[in-house]
Design a protein around this ligand. Structure first.
Ligand SMILES: [Cu+2]
Length: 134
């Protein structure tokens, strides 16, 4: 009986520790906003370079000179992971000011620089980078 009680105490303690770990991990993840089109109407992502950590989320929001979209450059993916480029991208064009989409960068994503562009304005230099730290 005592032995059983002891075991369940250990189990409860382990479960509590696990919950705490999960909560801490979730609290650490941040959400960042990138504007599509600068306040002055330039064809840019603002900020153009954003540093984040694995697990963070980026929200792209229409600001000026729409339409825009977000396409990760398959040719410039760290580790050449083309499938991931597709997963991170939002090909659908957004038109309305304030419209947005989000991408979560998974916990197990490789550190490095992830380059993306807006399809209609790539030629005009509407290119951004998400830099993922170790
Ligand atoms: Cu654009």
């Amino acid at each position: 009986m005592t032995h059983l009680r002891f075991n369940s105490l250990i189990l409860t303690t382990l479960l509590l520790a696990l919950c705490l770990l999960l909560l801490t991990a979730a609290a650490d993840a941040a959400t960042y906003t990138v504007k599509m089109g600068s306040d002055r109407g330039e064809l840019k992502f603002v900020p153009e370079v954003l540093e984040i950590k694995p697990g963070d989320t980026v929200e792209w929001t229409i600001n000026q000179v729409a339409p825009h979209n977000v396409v990760f450059d398959e040719a410039k993916m760290p580790n050449g992971n083309k499938a991931l480029a597709k997963d991170l991208s939002h090909k659908q064009l957004l038109f309305k000011t304030g419209a947005s989409y989000q991408t979560n960068f998974p916990e197990d994503i490789a550190p490095g620089t992830y380059s993306y562009y807006c399809e209609p304005h790539r030629g005009a230099g509407m290119i951004g980078e998400i830099a993922i730290a170790d």
